[in-house]
Design a protein around this ligand. Structure first.
Ligand SMILES: Cc1ncc(COP(=O)(O)O)c(C=O)c1O
Length: 407
């Protein structure tokens, strides 16, 4: 019989370090399980059989709840027909049509598997269109794990990042300065819909900044790329900067697009259709039909149930509950980002000592959230689920006060 401890032991012998990447539980805090065995709605079970109210949603992909019946039925039907064939199935066209219909900016769509595929593909299209090399990117922002963008430099060469010029998020003057530094050689400006760097309080994009980046891209003839891999399908089904009235030339989507099934997409404006056709961008599994069926069912369900509003409701309830609890236990906390992609930090907790203690205490109370990375809510979180989560966070605050004292 397996459990978390013996799975880790076995993994350590056959996988470098046992676990690599952002899901390595050793990075999350004391007591975090590494292995999970199942999920239903907004609950997830680990390999030791403990169940959690899931406030991470598998780091974003689960947007309408684990094993949502509409998605599972669409996948099962597609699998019964065939998934990996010599070419895509009709669902490829149906999904592209649905996305063009749902996203006002989108005049065409290209599919891939991961967020990194989509951001990389978007930059290739921008370079193919402009014949230029440089990309302006916000300092500290995450766009994936390829050598050009991975946060750790191990295994990369300076050349692979030589074409990036950094600006500061929400600081238009810094973006203008970065463009000037490129001396006319900017292919793209890439930006996330809000600032969601790990370890830091999140920052919503100022309207003036978003409009300013759009105008800057137009002025210098570069493509504006919104990396909506994290925000996409939670803030606005039409693309996250619809909320600000700003449309990019290219959107990159993945994570929540298919409620956990692997798929990503770039959507673009008509003027980039030709350049998009010229790039060689493909993969063995990029045209599998089952994830496309999952994406179609997910987007339709989000649209039909008013998924964004449901997540906003759950997120507002969580934020208000956490704020009241922090005040009653005597802690000063910062809650930042959109309510449906929330994060909480403790004031003056630069070493994350309190965050690590509190999140581990939440875990023991049956609430899965994260000490240094934003959380994700889904449309499956009901008021009762949020209240259940709040019971756990309240008990965790009490333990934190007993260990650290109030602020
Ligand atoms: C904004 C953003 N871009 C790109 C990526 C990379 O996506 P993936 O891990 O699917 O390659 C992520 C993943 O967290 C992300 O948050």
């Amino acid at each position: 019989m397996f459990n978390d401890a013996n799975l880790r032991e076995r993994a350590a012998k056959v996988v470098p370090g046992g676990m690599y990447g952002h899901l390595n539980a050793a990075l999350h805090g004391p007591g975090y399980p590494q292995f999970f065995v199942g999920g239903e709605g907004c609950r997830q079970r680990d390999a030791d059989g403990r169940e959690y109210v899931d406030l991470m949603c598998s780091w974003g992909p689960i947007v309408i709840g684990h094993r949502h019946p509409a998605v599972e039925a669409a996948v099962a039907a597609q699998l019964a027909e065939g998934d990996c064939l010599n070419g895509p199935g009709p669902v490829y066209v149906e999904l592209a049509e649905l996305m063009v219909e749902t996203i006002p900016q989108a005049e065409w769509v290209m599919f891939s598997k991961n967020g990194t595929d989509a951001t990389t593909q978007a930059l290739m299209i921008a370079r193919a269109a402009t014949g230029r090399t440089k990309v302006l990117m916000a300092h500290g922002s995450y766009h994936g794990a390829d050598p050009w963008c991975t946060p750790s430099l191990s295994g990369t060469t300076p050349n692979e990042r030589a074409d990036l010029i950094e600006y500061t998020y929400n600081d238009l003057a810094s973006a203008e300065a970065a463009a000037a530094q490129a001396e006319g050689d900017v292919a793209a400006i890439i930006v996330t819909p809000f600032k969601h760097d790990s370890f830091e309080d999140q920052e919503l994009a100022a309207g003036e900044f978003a409009r300013g980046l759009r105008a800057l891209a137009d002025r210098i003839g570069a493509a504006l790329v919104i990396d909506d891999v994290r925000g996409g399908w939670r803030l606005d089904l039409g693309g996250s900067w619809e909320t600000l009235g700003v449309r990019p030339d290219l959107y990159a989507f993945s994570k929540a697009m298919a409620n956990g099934y692997p798929i990503a997409a770039v959507t673009g404006v008509d003027s980039l259709r030709g350049p998009a056709q010229t790039i060689y961008s493909t993969g063995s599994f990029w045209f599998n039909a089952a994830p496309m069926a999952a994406a179609k069912a997910t987007i339709e369900t989000l649209r039909d149930i008013g998924g964004v509003a449901l997540m906003e409701r759950a997120g507002t309830r969580l934020r208000e509950g956490l704020a009241a609890q922090a005040a009653s236990h005597g802690f000063v906390v910062n809650q930042t980002g959109p309510v449906q992609i929330p994060w909480l930090s403790f004031e003056g907790d630069a070493t994350l000592e309190k965050a690590m203690f509190w999140s581990s205490a939440c875990l023991r109370e049956g609430v899965y959230l994260h000490p240094w990375h934003n959380w994700f809510l889904s449309a499956a979180h009901t008021d009762a689920d949020i209240d259940r989560a709040l019971q756990g966070t309240d008990a965790a605050y009490a333990k934190l006060r007993a260990a650290f004292g109030a602020d």
